[in-house]
Design a protein around this ligand. Structure first.
Ligand SMILES: Cc1cc2nc3c(=O)[nH]c(=O)nc-3n(C[C@H](O)[C@H](O)[C@H](O)COP(=O)(O)OP(=O)(O)OC[C@H]3O[C@@H](n4cnc5c(N)ncnc54)[C@H](O)[C@@H]3O)c2cc1C
Length: 466
């Protein structure tokens, strides 16, 4: 069903660009293509905005903000403020979270309408490189953009039911669980662990790899683990999950080595798989690997006129990568010759308490690429006034090529996610520490820690030991 007729037609069925999936990647592509004057159809079986808006980035960050408010009340004494945390009202928390999502959803729907994008509600299937069938109606286009997103994976034999949940169900809890086992110490698992601990739950994170957020620089994992332990979160890294039994009032999680962890709830956060099954992609000959759609640096698949963006394309599964790919594909279709994305320069933020934010190469990756010609510098937030005011601990770690540019920036601490923009410019523009050192950073900000780290790496530390 087409929700809205395109400009100049009653019910568009033929488009310049037809996008399958209205998540971050798909809607960004649709908006940009429409802005470039193309007739655009956007197929969505659920709600425009996709995972990020409805069950991903936005609602989790609303929970994390509520968690921060709870911590601020609980820890207010140390700032000389008398307040008590009387409890967490999940109806209230959910009301706040849902209102944020609803407002953004309304805004996005209006934006799509305003740009003249025809939103087609229903489940789409690629029936040829130029056609998508939506609930029995065939829509045609010169270019089709596959953007069907991802789903929460589980492990073989581990079924999601009432007490074994994915992040989607975890966002809809009506009570704070007394205890939770989080299976998976990646970004999603760590963020939920952080929220539930702030809400008062006993939390255990179970991770088969030796460290949390294993894709990050090892120093960040260590700092996060230290902070989590201090917050009373139990970490079982290097421990494999074996099985789970559900009981009347909880779960019994069996792990390698014979231990059994009992809790109210098990959150399965073991990554996300590409939502491509049964959508006609492989039937039509789209090149795929393990369910992911293979696309080149411009988002082109092996089929002429068929493009792919977002979580279905191998790489970082992040909303801002999807946005950037969507815009890039629209501009490529329009013949604007856009600059391809450099995946290594996509910023990554884990929004737990403390946050972990990074861009570029980790120290290990830099050493793999450049051998011994790598220098690092770690600036402790202990030397940063604003971090002391906030009572947060952490660091800014820089990785540079010797006599060369900054290759990676890695940060841990409250609110460091907000510092990633400058770090991205530094790595993206191949800046040397000596280029950054003369730039004046406002005092007292946490941003100053980035400036100080570059001063130190350029050989002239200010609030840091030489
Ligand atoms: C809990 C959680 C927290 C996250 N937090 C962050 C974060 O803080 N920052 C960040 O950058 N990323 C975050 N992400 C990741 C982010 O949500 C994804 O990377 C992003 O949503 C991917 O966009 P996409 O367009 O590829 O797919 P999706 O957003 O998944 O959108 C795909 C859309 O396609 C639709 N669709 C699928 N099949 C069909 C079909 N056959 N017909 C019609 N429509 C179809 C779906 O309904 C969906 O709306 C988080 C994810 C989760 C789960």
């Amino acid at each position: 069903m087409a929700d809205q007729a395109g400009p100049g037609t009653e019910l568009e069925q033929d488009f310049d660009v037809l996008v399958l999936g209205a998540g971050s990647g798909g809607y960004a592509c649709a908006l940009r293509a429409a802005q470039l004057g193309m007739r655009v159809g956007l197929v969505e079986k659920d709600k425009v905005g996709g995972t990020c808006l409805h069950v991903g980035c936005i609602p989790t960050k609303a929970l994390l903000h509520a968690a921060e408010v709870a911590d601020a009340a609980r820890e207010s004494e140390q700032f000389g403020v008398h307040a008590t945390l009387d409890g967490i009202d999940m109806d209230g928390v959910n009301g706040y979270k849902d209102a944020v999502v609803d407002r953004l959803h309304t805004g996005l729907s209006g934006l799509l309408k305003g740009r003249g994008v025809t939103t087609i509600t229903g489940s789409g299937r690629l029936t040829s490189p130029r056609t998508v069938e939506v609930d029995g109606t065939t829509y045609t286009a010169t270019h089709v953009v596959l953007a069907s997103g991802s789903y929460a994976k589980t492990l073989p034999g581990l079924d999601l039911d009432g007490r074994v949940v994915s992040s989607t169900e975890a966002l809809r809890l009506t009570e704070v669980p007394r205890s939770v086992v989080v299976l998976g110490g990646g970004v999603i698992g760590v963020e939920f662990a952080s929220v539930w601990r702030s809400f008062g739950a006993e939390v255990t994170v179970l991770e088969a790899l030796p460290r949390l957020v294993a894709a990050e620089d090892e120093a960040c994992s260590k700092a996060l683990e230290r902070a989590f332990r201090k917050r009373g979160i139990t970490l079982r890294t290097g421990t494999a999950f074996e099985s789970v039994e559900t009981t009347d009032d909880g779960v019994r999680v069996h792990v390698a080595g014979g231990d059994v962890l009992e809790a109210d709830l098990l959150l399965v956060a073991v990554g996300r798989g590409p939502a491509t099954d049964g959508l006609g992609y492989d039937d039509q000959g789209v090149a795929m690997e393990r369910g992911f759609v293979l696309a080149d640096e411009r988002g082109r698949t092996n089929l002429d006129g068929v493009h792919a963006v977002g979580d279905i394309v191998p790489g970082l599964q992040l909303a801002h990568r999807g946005f950037a790919q969507g815009v890039l594909v629209a501009e490529d279709i329009a013949g604007l010759d856009p600059t391809p994305l450099d995946e290594a320069l996509i910023p990554r933020v884990t929004y737990s308490d403390p946050e972990v934010a990074s861009v570029g190469l980790t120290e290990a990756q830099a050493r793999e690429a450049h051998g011994d010609a790598v220098e690092t510098l770690t600036y402790d937030l202990g030397g940063n006034g604003k971090s002391q005011i906030l009572k947060t601990q952490g660091f800014v770690k820089l990785v540079r090529r010797t006599d060369g540019p900054v290759l990676g920036v890695h940060m841990v601490g409250s609110r460091v996610g907000e510092l990633i923009g400058e770090a991205q410019l530094i790595t993206g523009w191949d800046a040397w520490p000596e280029d950054v050192a003369p730039l004046v950073h406002a005092h007292p900000t946490q941003n100053e820690a980035l400036g100080e780290a570059h001063l130190a790496l350029a050989g002239k530390p200010l609030h840091a030991h030489s």
